[in-house]
Write a protein that binds this ligand. Sequence first.
Ligand SMILES: NCC(=O)N[C@@H](Cc1c[nH]cn1)C(=O)O
Ligand SMILES: [Zn+2]
Ligand SMILES: [Zn+2]
Length: 478
Amino acid sequence: MPAPKEFLDYVDDQADAFIQRLSEAVSIKSVSGDAAYRPDVFKMSDWVAKQFRAVGVEIQQVEIGNHVMDGHKLELPKVVLGRLGNDPRKKTVLVYGHFDVQPANLSDGWSTEPFTLSVQPNGQLVGRGSSDDKGPILGWLNTLQYHYENKKELPVNLRCCFEGMEENGSEGLDELVERESKPGGWFDGVDCVCISDNYWLNTRTPVLTYGLRGITYYKLNVSGPSRDLHSGVFGRTVHEPMTDLIKLMSTLVDVNGKILIPGIDDMVGIADEEERKLYEALDYSVQDVEASAGAPIALSSDKVEVLMGRMRMPSLSLHGIEGAFYGPGAKTVIPAKVSGKFSIRLVPPQTPNNILPLVKAHVESEFAKLGSKNKFELEELHGGKPWVTKIDHWNFQAARAATKAVYNKDPDMTREGGSIPVTLTFAEALGVNVLLLPMGRGDDGAHSTNEKLDRSNFIEGTKLLGTYLYEVGAIAGK
Ligand SMILES: NCC(=O)N[C@@H](Cc1c[nH]cn1)C(=O)O
Ligand SMILES: [Zn+2]
Ligand SMILES: [Zn+2]
């Protein structure tokens, strides 16, 4: 059943007000990975709770305890749980999103202030979190606002779960999901899950997503001198932590993306012809990846290889070195302690637990080879398992019908290269189908500078999420 025309018209009429509300959301600097911003993540939890309460949703903000980040003990942001409707004749849909964001500073290379939504003449809504993942959360809110203001019943019962730690491994969320999935819990009776927190492959064709890579994130700490040293006084005199670290980091991955830690790439089988055809069929080209990367730097000129690298193979990325000199000028320092950060994106059957011994054995043996007198330790920061599901389910059929209705196009079926750690937890704890229904485009620049959401993706995406609820509602039988 398509969504009522009145709903679609309402979304068009309210577009400017919806964008205004998105700019309010973007202005809250809810960066979960930086202790200094933790009060803003709390503020964001309150803001989300208030907005959903205002459209008739019963809300509970749940405390999920503390964690230690960069040596600080911090309270985790409250998870926002929502409930609307309890009609036994209707299906119950659980929607998930996250209101925390990645760090962003103007000095990183943004063209406009990252936490001030900038509406560009070409319709791009530029700001941190516009696409990942405040825009999609507001897509659900916009839909609910129509029903509340017009006294229309939703076609389904709705449950919401919005968290503020996703960009930092969703700490504390698994326990809550497992608890609330039990009989009598907040998620009791849920029939399916819909997550809007990823992207189309390109700028043209909407997608439904049936897989995510997992992640495991590490820090390699190398320390030696008791304080930073003068390189003129100590150069070629002592073992230098940074030199050791660079050597170690260069043993992790080659320039073509091959993971050099023994055993990791080997855990994944080779794609057969049938599987390759799935990737061949997707509306994607090497130009798409190069356009969204902003440079002609794809690892292969074969579209299928590029897609498989992102969707069905693990990848190892080097992220940064804490403690290293990086400012302007030419400081002649030997840093006393440096920490190299890297993560591995995982695919089935890999998990953070079965990867850790391989990483540990590799870095320990490589460090031993250096013969350095410095101290070395491997720290595991956080992780999440990969997830893949079957697409022959009414949840996917509903999303496909909604996509056709809104975009007049059949969606592509994709596996996402990123990670949403709680996805597998929902699937296992609830035993129901989980679907990813993204709002944004492949060139949105999530996690990057100048992150944006196109106005049309925000507005049509709101229609898509609302129409999806109508399509689920039209499916007969509980
Ligand atoms: N939109 C999903 C997303 O960006 N997820 C993050 C999750 C994560 C895990 N550790 C740090 N961030 C991702 O990087 O894939
Ligand atoms: Zn996200
Ligand atoms: Zn993200």
